[in-house]
Write a protein that binds this ligand. Sequence first.
Ligand code: ADP
Ligand code: MG
Length: 396
Amino acid sequence: MNYNKKSVTDVDVNGKRVLIRCELNAPQDEHGNVTDATRIVTAVPTVKYLAENGAKVIIITHLGRPKGKVVPSLTVAPIAKEMEKYLGRPIKYVPDIVGEQAKKAVAELKDGEVMMLENIRFDPREEKCEPELSEALAQFGDIFVNEAFGTAHRAHCSTAGVANYLPGYAGFLMEAELDAFGKALTDPKRPFVGILGGSKVSDKIMAIENLLTVCDSIIIGGAMAYTFAKAKWGDIGDSRYEEDKIEYARQVLERAQKLHVPFYLPIDHVCADKFSPDADYIYVDGDHIPEGRMALDIGPKTVGLYTDVINKAKTIVWNGPMGVFEFDEFSKGTTAVAQALAENPGLTIVGGGDSTAAIKKAGVEDKITHISTGGGASLKLLEGAKLPGMACLLDK
Ligand code: ADP
Ligand code: MG
């Protein structure tokens, strides 16, 4: 995929109608009050830039999973209200998507004004990427801006289809994602280290496959490590693993060897007697985790080994925690890896919902080059996949 895409700063937006797809899918309480405004706050700079530069801004977003039906509790009205606070200018919410009311509101919009269409997923055509809806949306704009990285792996009308009719540009958030992943995946400074962890091999099979072809070494942690460990030697006690992925894990280990890509697995483990934050635990060296014990974190020797590999790297991508970081006693391995990334002066990229939470828990989010805003979308990039919401934008 070409990561070099035109952005909002590559076009004169003054007087233009700009259709911008944002990712404003913010968590709300039962009264519709936004409980975490992160997604709204991070989308503000691009919208502000467009408005300040004289564009007529038409915001599109989805909220929740209405599955093509009008679900009154999933209206974007409270999202528009919340966003106004950070934008510092009014946002005209329209309870319509492409009907007469929306058409009228778009026609009345003046330069520098901002409006928001109703939840795009109220329309059953959105997720099917039906050309009729893409075309109707395109009528509202002179240009299309995609800022919704978190939905960029989906080919929907508002994320990709509309770009069949309008020139597409990246918003600032999208640009940052393109820039970071583009550098790492197409022209990395080496050594390039891929770190994969988390709960399941099956979630990350394609990412492992692709990273084996682009990275200089791979580090494995989390529960995923024990499917590999089982494939190698068998004694993993009661650690979590995937029986039906053992054969695959074996093949991966062989392939890594053939490709001469060092594939690091934990060499010691923090082993608990139960899956609980107050579990009793012991350190186990090497290859034999006793029955009745489950590995919930990488051990201190593994931390040392992984830190050495990370310290020598110039490019690092990380997806998936090293252990059950939600339990303080079992978060040390993940925190140490987060710390090593934070201290690395090279390009460091973190993707994945839980990995991002772990970085925040370690308090090092300011020291990571790029924390991706989309878990699913960033994993797709690591898989080497082409994201429809990125691919549809104009090449530079
Ligand atoms: P991300 O959201 O960053 O992609 P995942 O969802 O793949 O990460 O995995 C995160 C989950 O994996 C966490 O909830 C964590 O507790 C769990 N996990 C990590 N290591 C282990 C382990 N050794 N045993 C059980 N669960 C684990
Ligand atoms: Mg997760």
